[in-house]
Ligand binder design. Structure first.
Ligand code: NAD
Length: 259
């Protein structure tokens, strides 16, 4: 097992990519703190991890709430004695052209991704610095590295997470903390399924065309990236043994973006 006895916290892990990574970490021997907006969804992931023989706890944690983040991260450390891996994964999407975008929708997307990543990072680093190091991970996107129309707040927030990841790699080095960002292409999760009809409406094309001509157009093989692909990369980055790999964005997108 590649993460035996490591203590990991993952935000937005009640479903989608976060859940797939939480389950993979559980299979690899980590103790997994599963955080999400509702305790119910976090508990579903915990049940799946426990059913597979792993160890996990459920946390109700809104990543935009400073106090909830601090209290929950402290609780994990108190219960399990430390924190080795923290993954800022919680995210939302909003589809609109910039000139029609409500300030509240801009703020919501920025807040979940960027404020959330900052608050989780700050709370985690306080413990990692005391404990001799750790691994910070961020769920970026191909949109951390390039733009698409109709997604300005998401693109801006994901570029911002790349900056935060790099800053943490620089500051964290002397404390034994590595920091990397995972940049997936499109993965079929509720976040993506919701935007297919929204994009079809905005662009005046069919849902099939959104998939083939927008989402997968620039991949090398017309394939979606899978939950398993992203989870495998997240295990690899968490298990990597040295600071040779820090401050990096790793793209997993069927060649949509090549760097
Ligand atoms: P999802 O909608 O299936 O899951 C997102 C999770 O985040 C949900 O469980 C939701 O409850 C949680 N969440 C939302 N706001 C929160 C908050 N304020 N506090 C705590 N939790 C909150 O989406 P997903 O596709 O699994 O996305 C997970 C991450 O992966 C996001 O950061 C997303 O931007 C990123 N991503 C997704 C794709 C994709 O194609 N699905 C591609 C690249 C990056």
């Amino acid at each position: 097992m590649r993460l035996e006895n490591r203590i990991a916290l993952i935000t937005g892990a009640g479903r989608g990519i976060g859940r797939a990574i939480a389950e993979a970490y559980g299979r690899e021997g980590a103790k997994v703190a599963v955080a999400d907006l509702t305790l119910e969804s976090a508990r579903e992931t915990v049940a799946a991890i426990e059913q597979a023989g792993g160890t996990a706890m459920a946390l109700k944690m809104d990543v935009t709430n400073e106090e909830e983040v601090d209290v929950n991260v402290n609780y994990v450390v108190k219960q399990w004695g430390g924190l080795d891996i923290a993954l800022a994964n919680a995210g939302v999407q909003h589809i609109d052209p910039v000139h029609k975008l409500a300030f509240s929708d801009w703020s919501k997307v920025m807040s979940v991704h960027l404020d959330g990543a900052f608050l989780v990072t700050r709370a985690a680093l306080r413990h990692m610095y005391q404990g001799g190091g750790g691994t910070m991970l961020y769920m970026g996107s191909v949109h951390s590295l390039e733009a698409s129309p109709l997604k300005a707040p998401y693109v801006a927030a994901k570029h911002g997470m790349l900056g935060l990841c790099r800053a943490v790699a620089k500051e964290g080095a002397e404390h034994g903390v590595r920091s990397n960002i995972i940049c997936p292409g499109f993965v079929r999760t509720p976040l993506v399924d919701k935007q297919i009809p929204e994009q079809a409406r905005e662009l005046g094309i069919s849902e099939e065309e959104v998939i083939s001509k927008v989402m997968l157009k620039n991949t090398v093989d017309g394939e979606f990236t899978t939950l398993e692909d992203v989870a495998e990369l997240a295990v690899h980055l968490a298990a990597f043994p040295s600071a040779a790999l820090t401050g990096q964005s790793i793209v997993v997108s069927h060649g949509w973006h090549m760097q």
